[in-house]
Design a protein around this ligand. Structure first.
Ligand code: AGP
Length: 619
């Protein structure tokens, strides 16, 4: 939430910052702002709304400055106004700051500073932070005779000791025109190490096209950057030796290419994302999966008698699929909990419990804190994450990278199906360690390998799904019903539709409909019903009948082919008949496309839905 990027180098800073901001915009898009340091003073421009609104005035100003910081905001404290947009300049004009995170005790800090005569111009928590640092900086300069660098770093440390909450910050100081400072606690911050230039950002996507060499900062670290160099210290002023990572994806992976929206691009990237999730992950005899990064001895894994999955939003839905598949195929009891609930609930866990956190971004604060809580209690925590080097990935005991490539659309699509596919592979892996036979293992491996081709088959129906979406786009409510592993897909379908089209939608286990949601059924409330061939196929059909009897329009998603009675639904989307472990992935594609085309028909901004941000790094 909120994206920050800073630049120091030989080039003009403003265009580089604008491009970086554009790439970070999925983190928040309430307002955008940029400040450069030139001739001893800050020149700042801010606009409410999108980065695009900032582009014109910034380019018109044509600043020659080689140092700047910028920010795209997801509003937390204070409304969406230019005054509340970042960067914030300290009352004395000496410091400029961009901030991602929340300063929880900002009111107390603000009160104390106001009592000393310091005036505030915004309603934000971030301005309290910049004024606090500036306050200590002035004291340091007066009292100690230190250099500007020493005084500022000391002031920063003193201030950071006082603040409660989370921050990823970038700072410029008029006294240090050749330097930029960053610090983090609880919000991500990465250094981009370039040639004759260095960058600072909340996410590596901001560096696309400039550098693939990055240093992930850890909580409590402070970075001091010049164009040729950087140094990292911790909050106690001890030097930290940096580890430079190289990011593996290319600039094109984060570009739209020929697609109108990232959401559509990412939906169509799913065959590849699923292929990547499987690459090198099947045993030589083809009967099980293997995961290089779990860092857990198979004998130890064999002792596990319970698994707890933690995640938020769409990732939580993939955890639910994992529950169905692992319990069925590995016979290990699985529990799924919202990370936000787990972290404060003090749930009793058995000593043989293995914890999995699932997160596309690897930065979701609730998932990260839930992981920390589980680790604090001594549990082994593994992760399923997409973003390599993210905080969750770095802090857990091991895990599985999704390799889905950058996901930019706020609505998660390819990351979800990759997580679901990995859950199926995990069910196979754990199952083969227990009672699953060699031949069943072979069968499941073969089924999993066919998934990318089958996903492509579903994608071939895009035009058909688009037509259905447009037919029902004016409705104001939707129900999604599914049984067993289709229940999480029903939840996911409802979430996707809500997120991007703003239609009220609810997902339910199909049989639960009769216990309340059936009251919603009317010609104005379509139902998306999953009817998969299985031992309970007839039960699913019976639920569809009940909706039809009440004049509710039905969009059926089925793998039953001719066995699905054609007159039972207003629209039918057929998916290929597949092994049960692949069904959840295949059934996800139509609901993603349905949400996408419904949003388009309603003129919604699919990649940047209102009020949302891709990476939820505040509580
Ligand atoms: C998905 O469409 C949502 N934007 C959201 O629910 C998301 O899945 C959730 O915030 C968790 O994100 P993470 O996977 O990056 O942790």
């Amino acid at each position: 939430m909120c994206g920050i990027i800073g630049y120091i180098g030989k080039q003009k800073a403003s265009p580089i910052l604008l491009n970086g901001l554009q790439r970070l915009e999925y983190r928040g898009y309430d307002s955008a702002g940029l400040a450069v340091l030139e001739k001893g003073q800050f020149n700042a421009l801010k606009r409410t709304g999108r980065v695009e609104n900032l582009r014109k005035p910034v380019l018109a100003a044509d600043s020659q400055a080689r140092l700047g910081i910028s920010h795209t905001r997801w509003a937390t404290h204070g409304g969406v106004t230019e005054a509340n947009a970042h960067p914030h300049v300290s009352w004395d004009g000496r410091l400029a700051l961009v901030h991602n995170g929340v300063i929880e005790n900002y009111k107390a800090i603000k009160r104390e500073l106001e009592a000393k005569g310091i005036e505030f111009k915004s309603e934000t928590d971030s301005e309290a932070l910049v004024n606090l640092i500036a306050y200590f900086y002035n004291l340091e300069l007066k009292e100690s005779g230190k250099s500007h660098k020493q005084a500022l770093l000391q002031a920063l440390r003193t201030a950071l000791y006082q603040v409660e909450g989370t921050y990823g910050i970038g700072i410029m100081c008029t006294d240090l025109p050749e330097h930029m400072i960053g610090a983090r606690k609880g919000s991500p911050l990465v250094i981009g190490v370039g040639k004759g230039e260095n960058l600072l950002a909340s996410d590596v996507t901001a560096f696309a096209g400039r550098t693939q060499n990055v240093v992930y900062l850890s909580d409590g670290q402070i970075a001091y950057l010049s164009e040729e160099d950087f140094e990292i210290t911790n909050i106690d002023a001890e030097t930290v030796s940096p580890h430079i990572d190289t990011i593996s994806w290319d600039i094109e992976d984060a570009e739209l290419g020929a697609y109108p929206h990232y959401m559509l691009k990412e939906i169509f990237e799913q065959p590849m994302a699923i292929e990547n999730a499987m690459r090198g992950r099947f045993s030589q005899d083809g009967s099980t999966a293997q995961f290089g990064g779990l860092n857990i001895d198979p004998r130890e894994l064999r002792q596990i008698d319970r698994i707890l999955f933690l995640g938020c939003g769409t990732a939580w839905h993939s955890c639910l699929v994992a529950e169905y598949l692992i319990e069925k195929y590995a016979r290990i009891p699985v529990e799924v909990e919202y990370a936000s609930e787990f972290r404060y609930r003090n749930a009793p866990l058995d000593k043989n419990t293995l914890v999995f956190t699932v997160s596309q971004s690897g930065e979701t604060i609730d998932t990260l804190e839930a992981q920390r809580e589980a680790k604090r209690k001594g549990y082994r925590v593994l992760g399923i994450t997409n973003v390599v080097g993210s905080t969750i990935a770095r802090e857990n005991d091991g895990g599985i990278y999704q390799h889905s490539g950058p996901e930019i659309g706020v609505a998660s699509t390819k990351a979800f199906t990759a997580q679901v596919h990995i859950a199926a592979m995990l069910a196979l892996y754990l199952g083969r360690m227990r009672d699953m036979s060699f031949s069943e293992g072979i069968q499941i491996v073969n089924a999993l390998k066919k998934a990318p081709g089958m996903v492509a088959q579903v994608l071939n129906q895009t035009e058909h799904i688009k037509e259905i979406a447009e037919r029902f786009a004016e409705k104001s409510d939707y129900l999604f019903l599914g049984r067993q592993a289709m229940f999480p897909i029903a939840l996911e379908g409802a979430l996707k539709l809500k997120e991007v089209s703003y239609i009220h939608a609810e997902g339910y286990p199909a049989a639960e409909m009769k216990h309340g949601p059936i009251a919603l059924i009317s010609p104005e409330c379509p139902t998306v019903a999953f009817a998969m061939k299985s031992e309970i196929f007839q039960k699913s059909l019976a639920n569809v009948q009940e909706i039809r009897a009440r004049k509710g329009p039905v969009i059926a998603i089925t793998d039953a082919g001719k066995d699905f009675p054609a007159d039972l639904a207003d629209a039918v989307i057929e998916i290929p008949e597949a092994h049960e472990v692949v069904q959840p992935v295949l059934a996800s594609i139509p609901v993603q496309l349905l949400a996408y085309y419904t949003a388009l028909a309603r003129n919604c901004d699919v990649d940047k839905p209102r009020n949302l941000a891709k990476s939820v790094t505040v509580e």
